[in-house]
Design a protein around this ligand. Structure first.
Ligand code: DAH
Length: 352
């Protein structure tokens, strides 16, 4: 066997070894076994030889070619292995690294209060109802015995919404949850009428309506968006005494304290007569001794009962409206209402 082509094979091996990338390797390959490569040229040269010479020289060239192709395949594999290895290195996971923790969320302190209020009143047989935040002028005021141009309307700095209702009377962002008294009763009026038709006594109306309310107001104790929870209890014989019992019970459960005094201070609201402001007083703790206003209340005005579609001779009872934001501040000792709505997680995470 001739050694004539060994240097070519050795040259190819060296060139392949020098190639550091697949592209460089393909270039090196072209110089040997490509169309104009060394081996290809040698093959072409066979044409001029005799049959005998063709045989021996052809076999030798072929052997060289096979050796080059084997070297090429080997180098290709080596480059592919190296590529894979460096990719694995780059994508390596350090399993000892601590993971990114997603902290569990929590309810907003005012939501916690809302839930608490709902639970306590539900346990006293109250329904819980939701109402619209964009409310008609009639529901917000007129139905509550507070007609247009009545001076009592100035008790609330209302946001009016720039769309007119069908009757040309503006809508507003409800300044209180009181419109829900009439709305809720209207929603259930058929149920009441059906009961009466069947000869049953009319069911009592016992409901709370928590939700967002709006006023043009902003300082440490007022926010343009705030919360209220309305309460309504109407029956044949529901009195102020019941209001006192229900609200006292509620406050003591809410604040988890029997050491709590309540005061009903005479006041005015167009939709109740008589009306009272409800104040509470803690007997111990940082707020001890101070009277703190937590709700407005009163016996539902006969005109409001009429606007509900009911007979004020037969449906007597009370309503109240309290401020869950205020209750939250008192319960947790927060002095600035704005903290609730700033969205600062350092503040909010304390209630988790
Ligand atoms: N709606 C009143 C307010 O926002 C609070 C209120 C007072 C509600 C007396 C009542 C009530 O239901 O009877 O100031």
């Amino acid at each position: 066997m001739t050694q004539e082509f060994d240097p070519i094979v050795a040259g190819a091996r060296e060139a392949f070894a020098k190639a550091g990338t697949p592209a460089e390797l393909e270039n090196a390959k072209a110089q040997y076994v490509g169309k104009a490569g060394r081996i290809t040229e040698l093959m072409k040269g066979l044409a001029a030889l005799s049959v005998e010479e063709k045989k021996t020289r052809g076999a030798a060239i072929n052997q060289a070619k096979q050796a080059i192709e084997a070297a090429l395949a080997e180098r290709r594999q080596a480059l592919a292995d190296a590529e894979l290895e460096s990719q694995l290195q780059a994508e390596a996971l350090d399993v000892s690294l601590p993971g990114r923790v997603r902290e569990p969320g929590g309810l907003h302190p005012v939501s916690l209060t809302m839930e608490r209020i709902e639970q306590i009143f539900a346990s006293m047989g109250f329904d819980v109802a939701d109402g619209p935040e964009i409310e008609s002028d009639w529901h917000s005021f007129t139905s509550l015995n507070n007609p247009p141009n009545h001076p009592a309307r100035s008790m609330q700095d209302t946001f009016y919404v720039d769309i007119d209702g069908d009757d040309g009377i503006p809508y507003n962002l409800r300044p209180h949850t009181s419109p829900m008294q009439v709305r809720y009763t209207h929603q259930h009026i058929k149920r009441y009428a059906d009961a009466v038709q069947r000869g049953e006594p009319m069911p009592e109306i016992r409901v709370i309506c928590p939700g967002r309310t709006y006023r043009v107001d902003s300082d440490a104790t007022h926010s343009p968006m705030f919360h209220q929870c309305e309460g309504l209890w109407l029956g044949e014989n529901v009195s102020f005494k019941d209001l006192k019992v229900v609200f006292t019970d509620f406050c003591r459960t809410f604040f988890e304290s029997d050491d709590l005094a309540l005061r009903f201070r005479p006041s005015f609201f167009p939709f109740t007569e008589p009306s009272a402001e409800i104040d509470i007083q803690f007997q111990s703790g940082p707020l001890a001794g101070r009277w703190l206003e937590v709700a407005g209340s009163g016996q539902v005005h006969p005109q409001v009962v009429r606007n509900m579609g009911l007979d004020p001779e037969k449906h007597i009872g009370f309503a109240f409206g309290m401020g869950p934001d205020r209750l939250t501040m008192l319960r947790y000792g927060v002095s600035d209402l704005r903290l609730f709505f700033d969205g600062d997680v350092r503040f909010l995470r304390q209630f988790r």
